[in-house]
Ligand binder design. Sequence first.
Ligand SMILES: [Zn+2]
Ligand SMILES: [Zn+2]
Length: 347
Amino acid sequence: MPIPSRGYVLTEAGGELRPYEFNRRDVGEDDILVNLMYCGICHSDLLVAGNELGNANFPLVPGHEIVGRVSEIGINVSNHKVGDIVGIGCIVDSCRNCNSCGSGDEHYCESGWTMSFNAKDKYNQYTCGGYSSNYVVDHRYAVKISPDLDPAKAAPLLCGGITVYAPLIRHQTGPGKRVGILGLGGLGHLAVKFASAMGASVTMLTSSSAKAEDAKVLGADDVIVTSDTDAVTAAAGSFDLIINTVSEKHDPNPFLHMLKRDGVMSLVGAPAKPLELFAPALVMGDKSITGSMIAGIEMTQQMLDFCAKHNITAETEVIPIDYVNEAWERMRKKDVRYRFVIDLSTL
Ligand SMILES: [Zn+2]
Ligand SMILES: [Zn+2]
């Protein structure tokens, strides 16, 4: 029996989100049914919905930072039980046979992975995201969320959190390492919390002097306001790693100067316009610039376990669903500290 669901939908690029009723597939042998509690609002929701990536399929139910409670399980499911709090992030299916899937990198599945919204799934239907009352998902793509974490504040970990956790792990963040976090927003604020909990010395690099105090409260040891050219110059050769979360066009070169020899800048924002690179900023000092996109299910679970251990969640503004259009508008103006989360009990 298909499962009736209620949500909010966009029917055209640039339109307004409106209430919507639709059906989820029935709960198959490998599936779980999750009654949704909260869904974070990620910038990618806005990008896809505005068809800025040219891949939007309407009608479109956004949302990929999803937290809910398991209410039914298929007969093959043993890793989740009814009543568990689980998360659904970007990935809801992949081939599970290729090299990428074998190494836990389902988001690089060689047969193509299925995103939790706006993607054609193996049932030949477009996935509807988490701005909705429930979700049917293969149990292998749902992650466990500790009941000790506030489920509303945990939702943004499912995309925003893993986006910055993965490069921090890949580049061995820990005691003795100096890490710069460029940009204090949805991604940057979580990066500060993670890097600090991992034991690194953390410096927030922000264009906003108004956010400097916030950065300290979040766990930064130091703050450099990027318009302060003296402070920027003085920080030359300081960092082993800079996580660059800036999503619009900017000049990365002053920050490359801040890297130590062999230092790495990891891009996690994706500016649509090319960045200009001054090659000697990399050549002098054997430095690297690299990128990172979310991570697979295993590392996402590892991140959530790390969050439970260190009590890390996002700073959120929880909103009722009928505020979602205003929230999107405010996000376009960067008017949120630091993540909107929709309370789906208001549907
Ligand atoms: Zn996202
Ligand atoms: Zn695969």
